[in-house]
Design a protein. Structure first.
Length: 202
């Protein structure tokens, strides 16, 4: 696969990711009040991620800025990896597709972090406005929009179970977006098809 086709994968995922986020952000109110039950196990629910995966936050005044800058550096490295894999090393299509998916997902969430704080107002109690004159944040301090929720089943842990015994649980409880799916799929390809991904053509 050549670099042009890899960039096409990145572009398509970015467009789908950003269109879905803009739609959700401007048509859903934050939290449970804006939830739509597509099925009993699939829901659309707007939340905004302040930090890394699973809502992890780097504390301190500059924690969010550090995270955004780190993401930018990481994307630059992944972009170079994609170029090197296509233009110099003639890597397998498995590896090129995986890198493209990871790059697209990482870049999609970076767009949120860099720009969303200055182009949207908040989504608490009302629908957000795109290109508002009252933005909720500043450059590099935007929140990542998540919306895909798959609570496949829920119940209570047995009383004898260590630590969580008797507590209620819900599986799968994470809320994510298209960019997250893209990153996870890319990493999954690298793990499942490891030998094929890192096989070089002679």
């Amino acid at each position: 696969m050549n670099l042009r086709k890899a960039y096409l994968i990145v572009f398509i995922i970015l467009v789908v990711d950003q269109l879905s986020k803009i739609y959700i952000k401007t048509n859903f109110v934050y939290g449970e009040s804006g939830q739509i039950d597509v099925t009993s196990w699939f829901k659309i629910l707007l939340i905004e991620n302040e930090g890394m995966a699973w809502g992890t936050v780097i504390p301190g005044l500059y924690g969010k800025l550090f995270l955004t800058v780190f993401r930018l550096v990481a994307v630059t490295g992944i972009g170079y990896w994609l170029w090197d894999s296509t233009e110099r090393r003639r890597s397998s299509n498995y590896l090129i597709v995986a890198i493209s998916l990871i790059l697209a997902g990482a870049f999609g969430n970076i767009i949120d972090s860099v720009f969303y704080g200055v182009i949207f107002d908040d989504s608490y109690g009302h629908l957000a406005t795109l290109f508002t004159n009252k933005p909720y944040g500043t450059w590099f301090y935007g929140k990542v929009v998540d919306m895909l929720y798959f609570p496949l089943f829920e119940g209570n842990w047995p009383e004898w179970f260590p630590i969580w015994g008797g507590h209620h649980f819900k599986f799968f409880n994470a809320i994510f977006n298209i960019a997250d799916m893209s990153i996870s799929t890319g990493v999954g390809i690298l793990l499942v098809f490891n030998k094929k991904a890192f096989h070089h053509h002679n």
